[in-house]
Design a protein around this ligand. Structure first.
Ligand code: IPE
Ligand code: IPE
Ligand code: MG
Length: 239
């Protein structure tokens, strides 16, 4: 059983907070002779059933890596395509999530984001902010190092006394303030790296890497990941 006194999960073997690095959309499309944006479209369609399934399994928090601060390095048309796609799906998906009592949070920065996309994001956040079911954090325009630097900046602005600075306080200055520890990080797409994702919050996460590309990562795949997790022994430095 993946449990330990330091774990944030209840004693069920189910992670309370799962974070997904949804990688492999582009390669999924290229393998089929399709343009990369078709892969992103397929990837987005994959999210709704997974959220539903994980909610049923008792997961309380899901964080999805949708766009990293490093993804600005992609060709302009891909970046614009991704933003356009997000704007398109956000309204429809947030209405559906709202019906299911899901709370949507934004994890990241809105710097450099167009006014209309900002407006759609804020609308979705406002619509769902009082929901009491599953929490879905959308890591959009997110970078772990940028997040830490931003937290330090705000701690300095707030003139926090050096003696008051501890891990809990620091955590409250991160975009994930109020979220429990990340119990598990699942990365699809076959790469073995964190790509600057939740580098503070996932310090003691269980990592699960799979070669399956994100658009193909279905209920069966996530079931297998959960089963692997339940067999991990989390020690948090203890015995
Ligand atoms: C992940 O898929 C989605 C984003 C980074 C937005 P990729 O676009 O990285 O797909 P691959 O890794 O090129 O296959
Ligand atoms: C990580 O995937 C970011 C997201 C899934 C949004 P990348 O495809 O950007 O990661 P690298 O470039 O392979 O590290
Ligand atoms: Mg990738």
């Amino acid at each position: 059983m993946a449990s330990n006194s330091k774990s944030t999960e209840k004693d069920t073997g189910i992670p309370r907070h799962i974070a997904f690095i949804m990688d492999g959309n582009g390669r999924w499309a290229e393998k089929r002779g399709l343009p990369r944006h078709k892969g992103h479209e397929a990837g987005v369609k994959n999210i709704r059933p997974l959220i539903k399934y994980l909610g049923k399994r008792g997961v309380e928090y899901i964080t999805l890596y949708a766009f990293s601060t490093e993804n600005w390095n992609r060709p302009e048309d891909e970046v614009n395509g991704l933003f356009h796609l997000l704007e398109e799906v956000i309204e429809e998906e947030s209405r559906e999530l709202h019906k299911n009592n899901v709370r949507i949070c934004h994890i990241g920065s809105l710097k450099g984001i167009s006014a209309s996309l900002k407006q759609s994001i804020n609308k979705a956040l406002n619509l769902t902010k009082n929901n009491t079911g599953l929490t879905v954090g959308v890591a959009f325009n997110y970078g772990g190092r940028a997040e830490i630097v931003e937290a330090v900046r705000r701690i300095v602005i707030d003139e926090v006394k050096p003696r008051s600075i501890n891990e809990n306080l620091f955590g409250e200055y991160l975009y994930t303030a109020g979220f429990p520890e990340v119990d598990m990080v699942i990365r699809t797409g076959g790469e073995f790296r964190t790509s600057n994702f939740l580098i503070w919050q996932a310090a003691y996460s269980e990592y699960y890497f799979t070669p399956v590309q994100w658009p193909d990562f279905n209920e069966e795949c996530v079931k297998k990941a959960l089963s692997t997790y339940s067999q991990r022994q989390r020690r948090f430095g203890g015995l």
